[in-house]
Design a binder for this molecule. Sequence first.
Ligand SMILES: C[S@@+](CC[C@H](N)C(=O)[O-])C[C@H]1O[C@@H](n2cnc3c(N)ncnc32)[C@H](O)[C@@H]1O
Length: 230
Amino acid sequence: MMTTALSPEHSGDETPKVKDYSPTSYITHSNFEFCGYSLKIARTLSASLGVSAYVWEAGIALCRYFEKEKISFAGKKVIELGSGTGIVGILAALLGGNVTITDKPTILEQIKNNVSTNIPPACRHRLKVRPLTWGQDHTNFPTDYDFILGSDIVYSLVSQPSLIETLRHLSNQGATIYLSSEFRTGNGSLPFHEVLLPDYFNCQVVDRLMGKDITVYKMTKISTDPADGL
Ligand SMILES: C[S@@+](CC[C@H](N)C(=O)[O-])C[C@H]1O[C@@H](n2cnc3c(N)ncnc32)[C@H](O)[C@@H]1O
């Protein structure tokens, strides 16, 4: 695999600055500032990484939401689904969480790379990177998370049932789920949030970026214990 580090660095500018390249894959970096932390995120642009090779606006929106609301993950058990570059989980670890960052197996090398760049050695023990393909591996993971995070993971009709199955398995009554989604025509993300998820979760819109059609949802699991209704 041929890789090329691009320069200059650009802050949150997701358009790769590249000319006259014809490699099958190359690495580019972007810089971000959240909650007083500077993050340097590397992305491997290649056919095999696909949509995972971008820091999506919904991911940036979720990080900004944590910043705006001063969300603390200190001492909390956190899992991120479909992490891509790792940016959201890395921020959650910097904000004190014991974080498991997950994605499909082929994406993990990119995430591990970004973890080693952005997480100081003293905090590394609080962050794990693990394979989790929804609907396949979720039962390998515990069910006692305090927070479940996901940004731009609701974009394919095909994966919706396995994503719901995974969220239902990982969550408990005390878990807070933050999902940030961009509504694109025909990707089914609006009915997923507004119709399907409310069958299992209490869903609340906590932030909305109107110009970009991005919504941040806060969710908790609906109790199935009849005693809770008394
Ligand atoms: C659009 S990207 C979003 C990446 C990142 N969360 C962000 O906001 O920048 C969607 C991510 O979900 C992951 N993904 C898609 N389907 C998945 C599945 N069935 N199981 C696990 N991860 C999946 C992809 O590998 C990809 O990294």
